[in-house]
Design a protein around this ligand. Structure first.
Ligand code: 0WD
Length: 255
């Protein structure tokens, strides 16, 4: 029996089978969770539907997290389909491509707002709207962050600032939702070649460096992240909340 048997999980942020959220969905499915998915826009709809079918699910909902009405109707749709929810995976981030070219000093007001809205506020809004469905279920929420929140990673720029805010948001939300018995944690993943990663100037150099420097000398896979997500969303992690757990082959311990 899988350790997520009997749990219902909503997975956001799949763009394709290279997405970190795809690795999480694969691990959740293996561990017996029932899955539902969101897609950000029409362009991604058919791919996400195909991926959902691969995991035995026909529950696929549109949710552009910059739109309150999408988040509200997502909660209604999950409510009608399932009536309850155990797990939310928030695997969403975005900043306009220009923001990764220069330095933080070049950040535009609009780019800053977009990065914070899509990559940080969305976690607060999704948590709030989905909370009623988690009532009495000891729910678990996870989000994805990166080392650029803690240290300067050239070109990560406004996204580093957004990830720092995201990690702080995890701690504040952990406090807010603990009274209902729910938990929220972040996984700080090492670099993975995904669509989002390709927006970052010099990503391949970052990847090369990280792989060379980390103690295991290898790159992170979406399966590595998926297995940690399973643990964090299982009852084994019942006393872990507000935490940022590094899944980076130990890169963050190196000087
Ligand atoms: O090296 C990496 N790839 C790392 C990623 C290292 C550490 C953390 N992360 C984080 C990212 O910052 C993000 O929070 O993991 C999360 C998932 O990113 P990913 O798997 O690397 O990237 P990708 O496969 O592109 O998925 C991110 C998705 C979007 O895909 P595209 O490529 O279409 O932007 O975020 C979603 C979308 O599906 N997304 C949105 N979803 C709803 N509403 C929105 C939106 N407005 N904007 C982006």
């Amino acid at each position: 029996m899988g350790i997520l048997e009997g749990k219902k999980a909503l997975i956001t942020g799949i763009a394709n089978e290279k997405s970190i959220a795809y690795g999480i969905a694969k691990a959740f499915y293996r561990e017996g969770a029932e899955l539902a998915f969101t897609y950000a826009n029409e362009k991604l709809k058919s791919r996400v539907k195909e991926i959902a079918l691969e995991f035995g699910s026909e529950l696929v909902f549109e949710c552009d997290v910059s739109k309150d009405e999408h988040i509200k109707s997502l909660a209604q749709e999950i409510g009608s389909a399932w009536g309850s929810l155990d797990i939310l995976v928030h695997s969403i981030a975005f900043a306009p491509r220009e923001e990764f070219k220069g330095g933080v000093i070049d950040t535009s007001r609009e780019g800053f707002k977009i990065a914070m809205d899509i990559s940080v506020y969305s976690l607060i809004a999704l948590t709030r709207e989905l909370l009623p469905l988690m009532e009495g279920r000891n729910g678990s929420i996870i989000t994805l962050t990166y080392y650029g929140a803690e240290k300067v990673v050239p070109h990560y720029n406004v996204m580093g600032i957004a990830k720092a805010a995201l990690e702080s948001t995890v701690r504040y939300l952990a406090y807010d939702i603990a009274k209902y018995g729910h938990r929220i944690n972040a996984i700080s993943a090492g670099p993975v070649k995904t669509l989002a990663a390709y927006s970052i100037t010099g990503f391949h150099l970052l990847m090369e460096h990280t792989t060379k420097v980390n103690p295991f000398g290898r790159a992170i896979t979406i399966e590595d992240v998926g297995d940690t997500a399973v643990f964090l969303c299982s009852d084994w992690a019942r006393a872990i909340t507000g935490e940022v757990i590094h899944v980076d082959n130990g890169y963050h311990i190196m000087g």
